[in-house]
Structure formats: structure tokens, C-alpha cells
Design a protein around this ligand. Structure first.
Ligand SMILES: [Zn+2]
Length: 107
């Protein structure tokens, strides 16, 4: 989150904290659908979702739907920051889930 904040600061050239919050909001980077949620996986209902373990977060689910074809207004730089810190994302799932980032691989 710190790195995402710092990215926004660079984009805005000496902004106030409110400027950064506004920019993040305008880019829908402050919209979350939640993290921890004890439930079955939507892709495999015989398994628990990684949300059940608190290691996944959904971002802006309204505009980043879990469906084919991939639809994602979230920027690539944002995914790159998550990936850099060991998270993976659902853009590459069999059915793309671009709202989803998880601190796990192979799921
Ligand atoms: Zn998710």
C-alpha cells in the first residue's frame, strides 16, 4: 500500500495527502470488495476460497468482474506492485478474475 501511495505522489508532483486520496479514488484504487470471507471457492465449490484464509483481496469488483473476456480498468503498474511483493492476481485464471489478488500461488 505504501508503494501504491508513493506511485500516486510521483504522478501528482508534490500533492497533499488529500490530493493523493482523491487521485486514488478517481482511479478506483480505493474500492475494495473485501478480504477475509469464509466461503467456498467460486471456481471450485469443493474447496475453500483463499479469502477464507485472509490471504486474498478483491478490488473494485463492480468494474473488474470475474468473467471472460478479461475486463479490467485497474492499471498494470498497480498489479506489478502487488506481484513485486509476492502476490499473484486473477487476471490469468482460466476465468479471469482481475479484481482478485492473493498472497499465494498455484491456486
Ligand atoms: Zn477474490
Amino acid at each position: 500500500m505504501t508503494e501504491i501511495w508513493e506511485y500516486a505522489v510521483v504522478q501528482l508532483n508534490s500533492p497533499t495527502d488529500d490530493d493523493v486520496r482523491c487521485w486514488l479514488h478517481q482511479n478506483r484504487l480505493d474500492q475494495t470488495g473485501g478480504g477475509f470471507n469464509f466461503r467456498k471457492s467460486t471456481g471450485n465449490t469443493s474447496a475453500l476460497s483463499l479469502h477464507s484464509y485472509g490471504i486474498a483481496i478483491d478490488w473494485d469488483p463492480v468494474h473488474n468482474p470475474h468473467k471472460k473476456p478479461l475486463t479490467k480498468p485497474l492499471p498494470d503498474w498497480w498489479y506489478n506492485i502487488w506481484t513485486k511483493h509476492g502476490w499473484s492476481d486473477g487476471r490469468h485464471f482460466k476465468t479471469p478474475d482481475p479484481m482478485h489478488v492473493q498472497f499465494a500461488t498455484g491456486a
